[in-house]
Write a protein that binds this ligand. Structure first.
Ligand code: NOJ
Ligand code: CA
Length: 722
C-alpha cells in the first residue's frame, strides 16, 4: 500500500511538473495583444504539432475562434506545421496622415502590433514572420518571408489561412469567381449558401465560378449577437486575389487564391510578403463604413508630385449605347475586321456614337454645367470585332474612326475648359495592351487627355490567366504606375476588386469591379444592391458606379418593361453614399435638361471631403451619410433605402455651433416609388443649425439628398426653420 501511495505521489508530482512545463510552453507560445481602446483582443498561439493559429475577440465576444495559418508549396515541404516560436516583438503606432483625396482630410493610424518569427527546425531553420496589427476597428495580418538560405524562390500551391467564425451568421455574398465581381448579392445565413449557390451564379460575362463552395471578399457578415464582421484584404501586390472557401456546417472560411494558367497560385522570391488579411469588426454597422483600416495597411504614395491628381466629375457618350438603341461603339456594318484594314472603306452603320459632332455636343453640355470631363467610348477602331473572339489585336488605342477627329475634338474641348476622358477597352488582351501601353499613353499626353477608363471585358490573354490572378494583379498595378509617369489618372473596369491601393497609387481614382449601373439596362439591380455595396465592394476603394440616371423607366426609349430600380432622388443620394473622387452623371444630357432643379444637386455635390459622418446604416436596408466638402463650408447628405419605405434620420450636429445654414432638401414625393412615379420629387429650402434633425420619408427604392450652404442674409431671409 505504502509503495503504491509513493508511486501515486511520484506520478502525480511528475504530472504536475509536466503540466507546469506544458503550461510554460503554451504561455510562451501564446501571445495576446489588445487594440488601443482595449475592445479587441487577439491571441497568437502555436497549436499541437507547431501549427500557427490566431483568434480574435471583440468586447469579450469571440469573433474568430482559433484559426490555423500556413502555406502549401510546390515541390518543397509545406509551411503549415512543425513551427517553433523563435521571436516575438511588439510595437505601437499612433499617428495621422493626409490622403491626396478621400473621405477625410486626416486619417488616424493607431494600432498595436505583434510580430512573430516562426522557425521550422526540421527544415534547416526555414522561417517566416507573421505581422499582426490590431486597430480599434479590426485586425490586419500578413505573412512575411525574409531572405534566407532555405527559402529563395517558391511557388504557392495554396494559402491556408482560416477564418473560423462563431456561428451561422447572416452574410451578404457573391459567388467565388476568378474573373468577375459583377454579380448580384445574395443575403442568407452561411448554412444556406450551398442551396442558393446555383441561383446566385447567374450569367455574367467572363465568369469563372469556383467549383468548390466559395464566396468573394469583401465578405460582410452579421452575427446573431449583433456583431458586424467584414473580411477582405489590403495591399494586393504581386499576389493573387483571395476568395473564401465556405464550410456551411462548421462556419469555417479559408483562403482560396486565384490560380494561374497552370494551376499555381503565387510565384514568390524572398524577401517578400502576402497582402494583409483584414477583419473589420464592430457592434455598430456605421463603424464598418467609417473604418480606415484597409487604407492604413497600404503604403503611402511614392509619387513625389501629386499636384496633377484631381477628382473628376464627368459625363459621357456611354449610356446611350445601353438604352437609347440609336447608337453603338462600332462605326462599320462589317463584323469580321482587322486593325490593319482600311476603315475608310467600311460601310458606316449610321449609328456610330463617337462622332466629332456628338463629342462637341457633349463638350458644350459639360462646359455649360461645370463638368470636368467627357468620356467618349467608341472613338477608336476595333469595335466591330471586339467581343468574344479571344484575339490579341483587338484595339491599337491610337487610331480614330474616320468620323472622329481627335485633334479637332481636343481643340474644341480645350477652348471650353473641358477634358476628354480616354477609353481603353482591352477586350481582355492584356498582352496587347502592355505592348502598346507607352504608345497609348504618349498619344494621350500629346493630345491633352489626363484620364483614362480602362476595361477588361472577356477572357484574358495570356490565355488561361484570370482577371484576379497574380499575373493580372501585376498588370493593373503596372498600368497604374506607368500612367503616373504620364500624369494620367485611371478608372479601371473589370479589374480585380480594390484593396486600398489608391493610397499608394492615388492616380488610380476608381474602379468598377462590381455590378454597377450598366446592369440597370441589363435586367436591373435589386433595390437593396446599393445598400450592400458600401459594406462590400466599397470597403476596398472607390467605385465608378456611374449614378445619375433620371430617366429610370427605360420603356421611354424602346417600350417594354425595363426600368432602373430606383427613384430619381435615390440616384442623387448615390453621389454621397457611394464615395468616389470620380463621379459620372451617367444619363443622356437631354434627361438632365428636363429636370434642372434635381440636376442642380449633381452639379453642386463635392468629390473630395474634409470629413465624413456615417449617420445610420444597416447592410441590405439603408445607408445615410453626411460629408463636408474639402476646404469649403458646404455639406452634402445622401440617404438611401432598399425596397421598403423608411424614415431617414438626418442629423446636422457636425455643423459649426451657433450658425444658421440653408439646407436644400431633395426628397421623393409622397406617392413616389422605384416602380411607380420614380420621377416625382420635391425640392425645398429650409434653415438648419447644428441642433436640427430632419426626419425624411424615403419612398420604396428611394432616397434623400441634401446640400447645406451658408448663403447670404438675403438668401436666408424668408426661409423657414426645419
Ligand atoms: C464594360 C464596362 O463596364 C462599360 O462601362 C463599358 O462601356 C463596356 N465594357 C465597353 O468597354
Ligand atoms: Ca463592367
Amino acid at each position: 500500500m505504502q509503495q503504491n501511495a509513493n508511486l501515486t505521489d511520484r506520478l502525480s508530482r511528475r504530472l504536475s511538473l509536466f503540466l507546469f512545463l506544458f503550461l510554460i510552453t503554451v504561455l510562451v507560445q501564446a501571445q495576446t495583444i489588445t487594440s488601443p481602446d482595449k475592445n479587441l483582443s487577439m491571441t497568437f498561439e502555436l497549436a499541437a504539432n507547431g501549427v500557427p493559429t490566431y483568434q480574435l475577440t471583440y468586447k469579450k465576444k469571440p469573433v474568430i475562434k482559433q484559426s490555423k495559418m500556413g502555406f502549401e508549396m510546390k515541390d518543397v515541404p509545406s509551411m503549415m506545421n512543425d513551427f517553433t516560436v523563435a521571436k516575438t516583438e511588439q510595437n505601437s503606432v499612433n499617428d495621422t496622415w493626409e490622403p491626396v483625396w478621400g473621405e477625410q482630410k486626416t486619417i488616424r493610424n493607431n494600432y498595436n502590433e505583434l510580430l512573430v518569427t516562426l522557425n521550422q527546425k526540421e527544415h534547416k531553420d526555414r522561417h517566416i514572420r507573421i505581422r499582426f496589427r490590431l486597430f480599434n476597428d479590426g485586425l490586419g495580418f500578413r505573412y512575411e518571408f525574409p531572405q534566407q538560405p532555405e527559402l529563395k524562390y517558391f511557388i504557392i500551391k495554396e494559402e491556408h489561412t482560416e477564418f473560423n467564425l462563431t456561428g451561422d451568421h447572416k452574410i451578404f455574398w457573391i459567388p467565388g469567381d476568378y474573373d468577375t465581381n459583377e454579380y448580384a448579392y445574395t443575403t442568407s445565413q452561411i448554412s444556406q449558401i450551398p442551396g442558393l449557390m446555383e441561383k446566385a451564379t447567374i450569367d455574367v460575362h467572363a465568369q469563372h465560378p469556383i467549383k468548390t463552395l466559395a464566396v468573394q471578399t469583401p465578405s460582410m457578415m452579421k452575427s446573431s449577437d449583433g456583431l458586424y464582421i467584414n473580411i477582405h484584404e489590403a495591399a494586393l501586390l504581386n499576389y493573387p486575389a483571395m476568395n473564401l472557401n465556405v464550410d456551411p456546417k462548421t462556419f469555417k472560411f479559408s483562403t482560396h487564391l486565384t490560380p494561374d494558367a497552370v494551376g499555381n497560385k503565387g510565384y514568390m522570391q524572398t524577401d517578400t510578403q502576402t497582402p494583409w488579411r483584414t477583419i473589420v469588426v464592430s457592434d455598430k454597422a456605421t463603424d464598418i463604413l467609417a473604418s480606415k483600416l484597409i487604407l492604413n495597411l497600404n503604403e503611402p504614395t511614392a509619387y513625389e508630385d501629386v499636384s496633377w491628381i484631381k477628382p473628376v466629375k464627368y459625363i459621357g457618350i456611354w449610356w446611350e449605347y445601353f438604352v437609347a438603341g440609336k447608337s453603338t461603339w462600332a462605326y462599320g456594318k462589317e463584323t469580321n475586321v482587322k486593325l490593319t484594314d482600311d476603315y475608310t472603306k467600311l460601310t458606316p452603320s449610321g449609328r456610330h456614337g463617337a462622332t466629332t459632332e456628338n463629342a462637341k455636343k457633349h463638350i458644350d453640355f459639360a462646359a455649360e454645367h461645370g463638368f470636368d470631363a467627357v468620356l467618349i467610348e467608341g472613338w477608336n477602331i476595333g469595335w466591330e470585332d471586339w467581343f468574344g473572339n479571344w484575339k490579341e489585336e483587338v484595339f491599337d488605342f491610337v487610331t480614330a474612326y474616320p468620323d472622329f477627329d481627335v485633334k479637332e475634338v481636343q481643340k474644341y474641348a480645350e477652348s471650353k475648359g473641358v477634358r476628354v476622358m480616354m477609353h481603353h477597352e482591352t477586350s481582355g488582351a492584356a498582352t496587347n495592351y502592355e505592348r502598346r501601353l507607352h504608345e497609348a499613353f504618349q498619344f494621350m499626353q500629346d493630345h491633352g487627355y489626363n484620364s483614362v477608363k480602362t476595361g477588361y471585358v472577356g477572357k484574358i490573354i495570356p490565355r488561361g490567366e484570370h482577371h484576379d490572378g497574380q499575373w493580372m494583379v501585376n498588370h493593373y498595378n503596372y498600368v497604374a504606375n506607368t500612367a503616373a509617369k504620364y500624369k494620367i489618372m485611371i478608372n479601371s473596369h473589370e479589374a480585380v476588386r480594390p484593396t486600398g491601393l489608391h493610397r499608394t497609387f492615388p492616380n488610380w481614382l476608381a474602379q468598377e469591379s462590381a455590378r454597377g449601373t450598366e446592369f440597370e439596362a441589363m435586367g436591373g439591380l435589386a433595390p437593396d444592391h446599393a445598400t450592400i455595396l458600401p459594406f462590400t465592394r466599397l470597403m476596398g476603394g472607390p467605385m465608378d458606379y456611374t449614378p445619375g440616371i433620371f430617366q429610370t423607366d427605360l420603356s421611354y426609349y424602346h417600350g417594354g418593361e425595363q426600368r432602373v430600380n430606383t427613384t430619381l432622388v435615390k440616384q442623387l443620394a448615390y453621389y454621397v453614399t457611394m464615395y468616389s473622387p470620380l463621379q459620372m452623371a451617367a444619363d443622356i444630357p437631354d434627361n438632365y435638361t428636363r429636370f434642372p432643379d434635381a440636376f442642380q444637386f449633381i452639379k453642386d455635390v463635392a468629390l473630395d471631403w474634409d470629413d465624413t459622418w456615417v449617420l445610420e446604416a444597416e447592410p441590405g436596408d439603408y445607408v445615410t451619410i453626411a460629408r463636408k466638402a474639402k476646404g469649403k463650408n458646404e455639406w452634402y447628405v445622401g440617404g438611401i433605402t432598399d425596397e421598403n419605405t423608411r424614415t431617414a434620420n438626418v442629423r446636422f450636429d457636425y455643423l459649426p455651433k451657433g450658425k444658421t445654414y440653408i439646407a436644400t432638401i431633395y426628397a421623393d414625393a409622397k406617392d413616389a416609388s422605384w416602380n411607380k412615379n420614380p420621377q416625382k420629387y420635391t425640392v425645398r429650402k429650409v434653415l438648419v443649425n447644428s441642433k436640427s434633425v430632419l426626419k425624411q420619408q424615403l419612398a420604396p427604392g428611394g432616397g434623400v439628398a441634401v446640400s447645406v450652404k451658408e448663403g447670404s442674409k438675403q438668401e436666408q431671409k424668408g426661409l423657414k426653420k426645419l
